[in-house]
Design a protein around this ligand. Structure first.
Ligand SMILES: *[C@@H]1O[C@H](CO)[C@@H](O)[C@H](O)[C@H]1NC(C)=O
Ligand SMILES: *[C@@H]1O[C@H](CO)[C@@H](O)[C@H](O)[C@H]1NC(C)=O
Ligand SMILES: *[C@@H]1O[C@H](CO)[C@@H](O)[C@H](O)[C@H]1NC(C)=O
Ligand SMILES: *[C@@H]1O[C@H](CO)[C@@H](O)[C@H](O)[C@H]1NC(C)=O
Length: 579
């Protein structure tokens, strides 16, 4: 026979407002702390919201009952007993529709056999990550921060005064076409071409992670760094798109000129021609990915990076470029042969459908959703990459419509990559897709699996599998090294990267120069191992030692996803390393 009492005033339950800690698109994180001045043996909380919420996530308690505005939760077994003088901190997240953040109050009841009372103390510091850090085999927050530095090392153009990469300076300031300025953007990899197709892919994949796993970025303390990072390619894309003329620039630099020079971007002086798609040289693949980068960028700058003016600029560009895209369907590599060797495009319908679904997410205009659904290519992709974005289209459409056709395609896609599926596995457990950039493919599919888990599709299996792949990359491998540069104690020292490999005081250097790269390319994810988990840290081996923009993108978003899961205490136990 428990007697329920609260506060010092026996029998009266005061409702107190809880404290909002974080807001992210569609959700809010809140907490309160209660001080126990007597022994408590069990407690119950009633949360009342001023607007309906559709989901409550709480780690330290079980939900007992709820209506949309009133939720009752009870202690778990492990935290039932509270000794006198101790605090109970209750943290939770809640999810809602619309732009108005619901606020609310809590009432807590403590139970005990004899008389007692509970008084409220002010909120204590919020420190949830310390509680979950022990369940993380690797420090995904640290890896996330490093990956951002990799993108900062890829910057072309006039660098800001807060450039965090000491060995990088201004470069390619005269990138232009007929005096139309095209400076800025990211160099693609260890060479200095700007390929907009993979750059746009990287941009929206990063934005997707920022939107979905905003709490991961917040927990890692990387929100400002991420906002700076992602603004860079977006500003360049704004220069690349001239709506009045229906011109979209899609590449700067010629691989034939580029390849004869092994030196830093700051010193290069070869001619750097620009290539464009137009109404006569169509490229709805690269245009579609750029629309996605703009539209998702709008959401990022509206909700996470707090720059409404820039967000609106992005949305305006997205709308006109979308019209150009759907009216000028075609593969850019059919027209621009200089792009073919590095980033030839197999299809363009996937990027067009993707552009439409991102436009829907940015505007909520049903015309876009209908177009996306009508042009969804369907089927099971070979992989998810800069050339094939179909798995992302399926996921985003599933998120918006909950139609089973998309879910089925996602499941059949991921099934191929799970153990027992169609893909080859290295003995130590990395799913092995291709010789170039092996780790990148594993990370790309890991992101799809984490995104699917967020939508409630086989969450336990998918989270665990994604974790196994990311952990392989960070150290659960035969050599016990990290394939991300700068992470852990052992990592690649000779990435195939001109800026990292050449000392800052020389005009050029030798690709095969002995010794580690003088400038550490922090955060770069190199290609990684071969089919037998072997890897040689050798600069000339471009397959295993390149770090590319598209290679880091899904990896970084997946890292944010793992931090996000850790925050919610729903990171599965790390699978044992096979080697
Ligand atoms: C993880 O890395 C971050 C950034 O380097 C650091 O602040 C944090 O203390 C690390 N966490 C743990 C548990 O080591
Ligand atoms: C480019 O730089 C190289 C090395 O500094 C120099 O030899 C060459 O003359 C330069 N070419 C032009 C066109 O400036
Ligand atoms: C590097 O390659 C050049 C030829 O490309 C060769 O002459 C030179 O000996 C090589 N240097 C080293 C250190 O292997
Ligand atoms: C890979 O490493 C194993 C030893 O772990 C060795 O037996 C094998 O020959 C290596 N394979 C290649 C292709 O280097």
């Amino acid at each position: 026979m428990f007697v329920a009492i609260l506060f010092t005033c026996i029998g009266v339950l005061h409702a107190e407002p809880f404290t909002i800690i974080n807001e992210f698109p569609g959700g809010t994180e809140a907490s309160f702390t209660v001080h126990a001045d007597h022994a408590i043996h069990g407690w119950q909380v009633r949360l009342v919201f001023d607007r309906p919420i559709y989901q409550l996530k709480i780690w330290v308690a079980d939900i007992v009952s709820h209506t949309p505005t009133e939720w009752v939760v009870r202690n778990k077994e492990y935290n039932r007993d509270v000794s006198p003088g101790n605090d109970v901190t209750v943290e939770f997240q809640y999810f809602y529709s619309g732009d108005q953040v619901p606020h609310g109050t809590y009432t807590i009841q403590g139970f005990e056999l004899t008389g007692y009372g509970t008084t409220f103390a002010s909120n204590t510091a919020y420190s949830y990550l310390s509680a979950t850090a022990s369940s993380m085999r690797y420090n995904y927050s640290e890896a996330l921060g490093l990956s951002i530095l990799f993108y900062d090392a890829q910057r072309s153009g006039k660098l800001p005064t807060d450039n965090p990469i000491p060995w990088r300076g201004d470069s390619a300031l005269s990138d232009a076409d007929n005096r139309h300025d095209l400076s800025g953007g990211w160099y693609d990899a260890g060479k200095h071409i700007k390929y907009n197709f993979p750059m746009a892919f990287s941009t929206w994949v990063l934005e997707w992670g920022m939107l979905k796993f905003a709490d991961g970025y917040k927990t890692a303390g990387q929100v400002n760094m991420a906002c700076d990072m992602i603004r860079w390619p977006l500003e360049y894309f704004l220069k690349s798109w001239i709506p009045e003329k229906n011109i979209l620039y899609v590449q700067v630099g010629d691989p034939d000129f580029e390849d004869i020079y092994w030196g830093r971007a700051e010193n290069m002086n070869m001619s750097r021609p620009a290539y464009k798609v137009t109404e006569s040289c169509k490229g709805s693949d690269v245009a579609g990915d750029t629309v996605s980068a703009f539209a998702a960028g709008y959401l990022v700058f509206k909700h996470m990076c707090s720059d409404a003016v820039f967000a609106d600029k992005l949305l305006t560009a997205a709308k006109s470029l979308y019209t150009f895209t759907v009216n000028n369907r075609g593969r850019y590599t059919d027209c621009l042969t200089k792009t073919k060797t590095a980033y030839g495009s197999s299809f363009e319908n996937d990027e067009v459908a993707l552009a439409a679904v991102w436009m829907y997410k940015a505007t909520r205009d049903n015309t876009y959703l209908s177009y996306a659904r009508g042009h969804y290519p369907g089927g099971t992709s070979w992989t998810f990459s800069w050339d094939d974005v179909n798995p992302a289209v399926a996921l985003l459409l599933y998120e918006e419509t909950r139609h089973s056709v998309y879910k089925r395609d996602i499941e059949s896609f991921i099934r191929d990559f799970l153990p027992g599926g169609k893909r080859y596995y290295t003995p130590c457990g990395l799913v092995w897709v291709a010789e170039w950039g092996t780790s990148r493919y594993a990370a790309n599919v890991a992101l799809i699996a984490l995104m699917a888990a967020e939508e409630g599709i086989q969450p336990d299996t998918y989270k665990k599998w994604a974790l196994s792949q990311i952990n392989y990359i960070l150290g659960d491998n035969k050599l016990h090294i990290s394939y991300m540069i700068g992470f852990g104690n052992a990592f690649p020292l000779h990435p195939h990267h001109k800026g990292s490999a050449c000392p800052t005081n020389v005009d050029w250097c030798f690709e095969n120069a002995s010794g580690p790269n003088p400038n550490i390319l922090y955060g770069g994810l190199v290609g990684g191992p071969d089919r037998k988990d072997n890897y040689s840290d050798k600069r000339e081996d471009e397959k295993q030692n390149s770090a590319t923009c598209d290679g880091n993108a899904a990896f970084q978003s997946a890292l944010a996803g793992l931090v996000h899961l850790a925050v919610r205490d729903s990171l599965p136990r790390a699978p044992d390393s096979r080697c």
